[in-house]
Design a protein around this ligand. Structure first.
Ligand SMILES: [Zn+2]
Length: 264
């Protein structure tokens, strides 16, 4: 039986926008933990300017609190870093990849397209967050259809299926992570949207920020259309969770095992 935990691994505050958080998930089975995104890490908290730089900290509104790191959140639940054998990344932006270095033995699953962008040195990624040489496990191709979109089965030692679902646009290799929860699925949609309202309000003002941060805005908009379709046509089978919206937590799926704690 897989246990699903929600942990908040970061907070960002930008004036005139709502405060946002970093919704990470952990899947735990037989003393093995799989982390979904890694939030802000210990090294980021200890040397914010050295790791992220003043400009990015100011622009994205990063807040640094050691208890908010994935390693400390998991330790508070009795899960040691050595138990985290796998990490699944939606993409490699600084607020998602900062915690990787706290779990250096973990295999890091991500889209091959994302790893290619990172390896090409695109400036949105921070080389210092990857200096520890992560054990990359890139995923390519299509292994199944998932509610009308292609998906890739991720090789993790769990009885629950975990899929990388390409949701490109924010970055070229950006993916959602679909987790089978009994008869339902939970889709962690990463940064395919910043605020849940973008799914119901196509002209939501935060869309301007999302467009500015997108590697390919046309792809981002197409991805949003897929999510709107899945949210309406498959509401009986799929819960969707974004990475940043503080108001949002999935319902049925998180209750499936461990009661969710609202992001603090
Ligand atoms: Zn983000």
């Amino acid at each position: 039986m897989t246990e699903l935990l929600h942990i908040n691994c970061g907070t960002l505050r930008v004036p005139s926008y709502p405060t946002v958080v970093c919704h990470c998930l952990a899947l735990v089975e037989n003393d093995h933990a799989v982390l979904i995104d890694s939030g802000i890490g210990l090294a980021d908290v200890r040397d914010p300017i050295g790791r992220l730089g003043k400009e990015l900290i100011h622009a994205a509104g990063f807040q640094f609190h050691e208890p908010d790191t994935a390693i400390r959140r998991l330790q508070a639940r009795g899960i040691g870093p050595e138990q985290v054998g796998d990490i699944v990344l939606t993409h490699a932006d600084p607020d998602h990849a900062g915690g990787l270095a706290d779990f250096p033995a973990a295999r890091v699953h991500l889209a091959a397209e994302e790893l290619a962008s990172l390896s090409a040195g695109r400036p949105r990624y921070l080389p210092r967050q990857f200096e520890h040489a992560p054990r990359w496990a890139p995923s390519a191709g299509q292994t199944m259809d998932w509610f009308g979109v292609p998906a890739r089965l991720v090789d993790v030692p769990l009885s629950t299926r975990v899929l990388l679902v390409p949701l490109p646009g924010h970055t070229l290799g950006h993916c959602g992570v679909a987790i089978e929860c009994g008869r339902r699925w939970l889709l962690h949609a990463g940064d395919a949207y910043y605020l849940r309202a973008e799914l119901t309000q196509p002209e939501h003002p935060v869309g301007a920020m999302a467009a500015a941060r997108a590697d390919d805005d046309a792809l981002r908009r197409t991805t949003l259309e897929h999510l709107r379709r899945i949210a309406t046509e498959h509401a009986d089978s799929v819960d969707i969770l974004g990475y940043h919206d503080i108001t949002e937590l999935p319902t049925q799926c998180i209750d499936w095992d461990e009661p969710a704690r609202r992001a603090e």
